[in-house]
Write a protein that binds this ligand. Structure first.
Ligand code: SF4
Ligand code: SF4
Length: 205
């Protein structure tokens, strides 16, 4: 049984209108804090059976509307994604690249980041090797490095562009949703307060 619980909207989260709750995540029950109790959503037959057994449940309803700020931010993203706006000329890319420490915290905390690396370590016998798949981070310089010392993304600016393009335009065509759930964790943890959303909010039409 899968029971979801809504996040508490805060200054970083913008998941409000990205369609995550309703479209792509299956659940049996979904709880959202309401006044004096919880709002309960039923997502499956199992959830319905559980609700039927709750004697003190007074009403079943849909989740309350999203926060205005989250909805506005999500609307900017939606418009830009629809237009395939990649903000190539934005001065923000240079600003991000200048400030970024390449610490990787934004990817580490991201619930949808999954980049990996595959490394091979030769054994002392000269005959065998161990191949390991390990977590990696696209903001690390070594992530774009391949055999021969060639690096596809040498600069921080290029690495930022890659992360952005993958999140919003690379994953979508494959899975039908962008690779960002709007949790806002990356915005919160960045030690130099870099926020990719500034790109979307820069253009509001
Ligand atoms: S806001 Fe998007 S990119 Fe940032 S941590 Fe959450 S899912 Fe990842
Ligand atoms: S958390 Fe901030 S400083 Fe660290 S890699 Fe991400 S954008 Fe750069």
């Amino acid at each position: 049984m899968l029971v979801g619980i809504s996040c508490k909207p805060d200054e970083f989260c913008f998941c409000g209108e990205l369609g995550i709750e309703s479209s792509s995540v299956p659940y049996d029950l979904f709880l959202a804090k309401g006044e004096g109790g919880f709002i309960v959503l039923q997502g499956s037959q199992l959830g319905a059976e559980i609700i039927a057994g709750l004697t003190n449940l007074t009403e079943i309803t849909r989740l309350a509307g999203k926060t205005a700020v989250a909805a506005e931010t999500a609307a900017h993203i939606d418009r830009a994604v629809q237009r395939h706006e990649t903000f190539d000329d934005s001065p923000l890319w240079d600003d991000f690249a200048r400030r970024c420490l390449s610490c990787g915290a934004c990817s580490l905390c991201c619930p949808t980041c999954y980049c990996l690396d595959v490394r091979e370590y030769g054994a002392l016998d000269g005959q065998t090797a161990t191949r390991i798949q390990e977590w990696d981070n696209c903001l690390f310089k070594a992530h774009g490095e391949v055999t021969g010392g060639i690096n596809f993304r040498k600069t921080r600016r290029e690495r930022f562009r890659y992360r952005f393009l993958h999140k919003y335009y690379g994953f979508g065509p494959l899975r039908g949703v962008i690779s960002c759930v709007g949790c806002g964790r990356c915005r919160e943890v960045c030690p130099v307060r870099i926020d990719l959303l500034e790109l979307f909010c820069e253009q509001r039409n």
